[in-house]
Every structure is written in C-alpha cells, then in structure tokens.
Design a protein around this ligand. Sequence first.
Ligand SMILES: NC(=O)c1ccc[n+]([C@@H]2O[C@H](COP(=O)([O-])OP(=O)(O)OC[C@H]3O[C@@H](n4cnc5c(N)ncnc54)[C@H](O)[C@@H]3O)[C@@H](O)[C@H]2O)c1
Length: 342
Amino acid sequence: MDRLFFSDSPELKLSEILELTPHDRAFVIMPAGCASMLGEVIGNLSPSLLIDDREEAKNMASLERILSAMLEQGLTRRSIVINIGGGVTTDIGGLAAALYMRGIRYINIPTTLLAMVDASSGGKTAVDLQGVKNIVGAFHQPLATIITPAFLRTLPDEQLLSGYAEMVKHDLLRGAMPGFPAAGLTVESVASDIEQSVMFKQRIVSADPEEKGLRRILNLGHTAGHAFEALALQRGAPAAHGIAVAQGLVTALVLSVMAGGFPSALMQSIVAGIRSLFPIIPFGCKDYEELLGLMHSDKKNQGKGSVAFTLLAAPGKPMERVDIDDATLREALDITRDLLGI
Ligand SMILES: NC(=O)c1ccc[n+]([C@@H]2O[C@H](COP(=O)([O-])OP(=O)(O)OC[C@H]3O[C@@H](n4cnc5c(N)ncnc54)[C@H](O)[C@@H]3O)[C@@H](O)[C@H]2O)c1
C-alpha cells in the first residue's frame, strides 16, 4: 500500500522521499491547463511533460503520448513518475507507470479534492476506450501520495463539491454522519476532514487491494451515479463525477430503505443535506429505460437480469452486491425524483 503524507510543502516532501528512494530520474507529469496555478503551490518543480487532462483526452492516444515521452526522455526501470494533478492525471500517469517496462514506481500529488480523498490512492489506474470509462487499466499501487490541501484554493466550487460527494460516501460507509454546511462548502470546512476520509479508503483497500470483495463497498452511490453522469453527458450538459455520485447516493439510500432496512427518517435527513448542497441532474420517467440500460451495462452486471448495488443496512453497515430488479429500481427512481423535487 502506498504511504500517505500530508504536507504544506509538497516540493519539500517530494525531495525528502526521493532522497531516500534510490532512482535515476524523476519524470513529472502535470496538466497543461492548470500547470501555472499548481506552480504557485508546487514551487520550482518543473514538468517533464504537460498533458491534456480533460476526460475526453483520458484515452489510449494520450497514454501512448506519455509512454513515448517516457521512452524519448530515457526513463529506465529505476525511474520514478510523479503525477501532479486531478484524478485524470493520476489515473493516466499511474497507468503509464504500470505499463512502462512492465511497471515502474510512481508518486501521486493530487490537486483536486476528489483526487485527494479518492482517485490518487488505492492503485486503480485507467483510461477510457470508445466512451467506456476506465475500461483499460491496471492495479498498480503508488509508492507514495502527498496531500496538500493548499492546492484546493484555486479549485472551482463545482470541483470542490465533486470531491465532497466522495467524502460523504466515506462518512456513510464508516458510520459517521456527513456534515452539510449551511453556508456552503469552503476549503477550510473540508480540509480538516480529508485525512480521515482518505485513511478510511486506505483501510478498505489494504484489506482488498484488487477489489475481490470488501473494496466493492466503495461503489456506494456509483451504480446509479455513473448512469446519471452518462445521461448528463448524452444531453450535452456534463456533470462533474462527484455531482452525479451525490445523486447516485440518494438512489442508493432510497434502495437501502427499500431493500436493506436503513431507517427511513435518517435517509430523509441525509438526502435533505445532499439536496441543500449539490446541484441536481434532472431526469424524468422517459429517461428510466436509458438509466436502467446504463446500470445494466455496468461492468459488474453484464449478462444479469438484475443490477448489483452496494447498499447500507445502517451508517457503517454496508451490504455489497444486493441484486435489485427493474421494478424496484423504477420505484426507487420515482422516490429519488420526489425527494429531490425533480
Ligand atoms: N483511480 C481511482 O480510484 C479513481 C477514483 C475516483 C475517480 N477517478 C477518476 O478521476 C477522474 C476525475 O478526477 P477529478 O475530479 O480530480 O478531475 P480532473 O482531473 O479532471 O480535474 C478537474 C479539473 O480541475 C483542474 N484542476 C486540477 N487541480 C486544480 C487546482 N488545484 N486548481 C484549479 N484547477 C485544478 C483540472 O485541470 C481539471 O480541469 C475521472 O477520470 C475518474 O474516473 C479515479
């Protein structure tokens, strides 16, 4: 499992780690679009390669460009890749490290909240293919992850919310009540909770690094969330990943009441908190077939007559792979719309 470091000075922490880790060169990947912004926190560390970090560019062509640059710049088995950026950068840079010479070491320095609490640790690396998200990838654990909340100061509000959805998910899974600040999220209101959120993920991943069982609980909210995300994309109004996950959490909580005995009043108060903070992805009855189709086509459900959900019997009591039939799913989508006022 990767070592997690929390530091106000990622440059200093990185040089300490590199000093203790025999290597021949460090290959730094950063997103072109926000490299100068990140530079304010990262200091003098200059990129070896700037990449396009839009989700549309998280593909085989970009991966090949990264691998080619690694070859051209003479990386060897003793080199270390440093990924500085959001989840797109850590996913694609991590996959490049997994593939180059059958696997070299890499270090993540996440710069979005979502990458700090989720994407940058746990060793899942991937690119998208033919519009299917994360379908080509590898498990390859980073050597270290350095978390510096100061990066969040320049992050757009939507991105802060997106990461917060994953923190809400971790809270529900570990049995804590998520907070929904009435005045909205700020960097200060989330920064102090990052550590316990990512440590929770680390505990789950160390028990099941390759998602053979327990790690599946981290899919809470994602089965419906991915369907909402894809629907928004099809309509030409893409939603940040976590915004869709927050709405997916609502459907998962509704199903948890219907199929898992989760207390209804508690579900309603958590949903009210989600509704107060997160924007809604609109959908109606006419979208149900599309949403159901998207959930059935999830990697985990192919060929099954039902959709497997991670649900909760109570906060801190996850149930993985609960099979839900289409009639129950339609009912849960009705209730989701009622609760969200759609
Ligand atoms: N590997 C995993 O376990 C895992 C888990 C969750 C999500 N993911 C993946 O993560 C990706 C989403 O990651 P994300 O939400 O971090 O998005 P992202 O990497 O696309 O970053 C979002 C945007 O913020 C910009 N940005 C990054 N840091 C910034 C900063 N400090 N200030 C201002 N702007 C900044 C980026 O340039 C980008 O435009 C998806 O591809 C998803 O599949 C992976």
